[in-house]
Design a protein. Structure first.
Length: 341
């Protein structure tokens, strides 16, 4: 592998900067409309210009990656713009485990893996008539938090569901996933698991700023009631967090259980970067409502390293650079098959 490629969005700058720092050639698969932005950055060696990211599946893109002996780094945009089947059919080698990306996209598989890892997951509610406490109703697939809503009973659920149908955001109940609402401090725990070193690194933690749920929290309750009831959780930005040190042991335990569970359920397991996402409740217990089985955009905060990565690495280490370092380590150890699928 001599080249690292990714899609121009999400954390592309971090990934390609890190790749350059580790001596790789860099390729950006870039939508034409964003070319001007990305041309500003000197560490991007080559552009493959596309009208849509779906062109990753086409011959032209595949050949460009193949000729450069490139590995593709998957991120949130790949997941949100392509189906699992499409991702699995990408010709280029993919960093990490391409099969586990399906488990991230499918809510039922996702819940299965989290439970296998013995994470404390808020209960899912199988039918609207079973709603008897505050629940969050999420659209299946990668909706990115848009068009989610909260409900406390079936009647409220139906009213808000009808609104989503009218707005053509969904067509039926099948597209919704109902989960007990977990309240507390949001925390997105970023990890890197190296199958080469057989070691788990806790890399950092961030908090997401989501619109318009944050906006709503800033207006008085009576005015909140006048809103339409659809509470989008659209991610706008991330900011860094540092956890109480006494929480770190459980953070590592959760990550290790997740790695072990994924080895059992989705071979070759959760190799490379991943994120466990949830809230700390009032007893400092972590409830996990999500995971991402690849690099998350919250790592963009830590381009020069995080308060945790400096404890492990003696040089500035972003997650993007850590990925490139792993590729170098794997090549040196002749174990590329462990970290690329
Ligand atoms: P998701 O699409 O599952 O990543 O959810 C988007 C956002 O919705 C999260 O970042 C949280 O702010 C919120 N959220 C999701 N699930 C829950 C839950 N069970 N309890 C509380 N908030 C949640």
């Amino acid at each position: 592998m001599t080249c690292i490629a990714t899609l121009g969005s999400h954390c592309a700058l971090q990934v390609l900067r890190g790749a350059k720092d580790e001596g790789f050639k860099t390729i950006l698969i870039c939508e034409k409309k964003r070319e001007r932005l990305y041309r500003r950055f000197g560490f991007i060696d080559e552009f493959v210009l596309v009208d849509s990211f779906l062109e990753v599946l086409d011959q032209k893109c595949s050949s460009a990656l193949e000729q450069n002996n490139a590995v593709l780094i998957p991120h949130g945009t790949l997941i949100s713009q392509m189906s699992s089947e499409q991702i699995e059919s990408i010709k280029a080698p993919i960093f990490g485990n391409r099969w586990i990306l399906r488990w991230e996209s499918d809510r039922n598989l996702k819940e299965k893996l989290m439970l296998e890892a013995k994470l404390d997951v808020p209960h899912s509610v199988s039918k609207p008539s079973d709603i008897n406490s505050l629940v969050i109703v999420k659209r299946r697939g990668a909706a990115g938090g848009k068009g989610y809503f909260l409900a406390t009973n079936e009647e409220e659920y139906i009213k808000k569901r009808e609104k989503l149908i009218k707005e053509k955001l969904i067509t039926s109940d099948e597209e919704l996933y109902i989960q007990e609402y977990a309240s507390g401090v949001l925390a997105y725990l970023q990890y890197f698991y190296s199958p080469i070193k057989n070691d788990l690194e806790f890399f950092g933690v961030d908090k997401r700023h989501e619109s318009d749920v944050e906006g709503l929290a800033r207006i008085p309750a009576p005015q909140q009631m006048k809103e339409d009831g659809i509470t989008s959780f659209n991610v706008i930005a991330n900011s860094p967090l540092v956890l109480r040190e006494s929480l770190l042991e459980e953070v590592y335990d959760m990550g290790e259980r997740f790695v072990a569970a994924s080895k059992r359920l989705v071979k070759p397991g959760m190799n490379g970067p991943f994120c466990i996402e949830g809230v700390y409740d009032k007893n400092a217990k972590f409830k996990t409502f999500e995971f991402s089985a690849r690099i998350v955009a919250g790592t963009n905060i830590f381009m020069e390293g995080s308060p945790y990565s400096v404890l492990i690495h003696d040089e500035p280490m972003s997650m993007g650079r850590r990925i490139a370092r792993e590729l170098n380590d794997a090549m040196n150890a002749n174990q590329l098959d462990k970290i690329v699928t």
